[in-house]
Design a protein. Structure first.
Length: 100
């Protein structure tokens, strides 16, 4: 099992709208690609959220081949949609892990 993790820090003033959009639009569209079996959205807990609220979204893919197909066929579109909607209001980084 491959776990694709996106960590996103979004401006505090829009994080609720962002989360609603992610849950109702972006995540269902990503899951509809059929390349992930499930996903989880986690909010990082820390005292100081003055510069934004941080979320980690984990997508579970059955194997590296399936994940690589997502990267080649779908990832750029979803990253572009997110960037166009929230330009300059977030920072993000991505990690790839294997469940052991």
């Amino acid at each position: 099992m491959i776990v694709y993790n996106e960590t996103i820090k979004i401006e505090g003033s829009i994080h609720e709208e962002w989360l609603a959009w992610m849950k109702t639009v972006q995540l269902p569209e990503i899951m509809a690609t059929g390349k992930f079996s499930e996903h989880r959205v986690c909010r990082l807990l820390h005292d100081d959220e003055d510069d934004g609220v941080t979320y980690a979204i984990q997508y579970y893919s059955p194997d590296m081949e399936t994940f690589q197909r997502y990267q080649q066929e779908d990832a750029a579109l979803f990253q572009r949609k997110h960037m166009e909607r929230y330009r300059d209001r977030y920072v993000a980084f991505r990690t790839l892990m294997e469940m052991v």
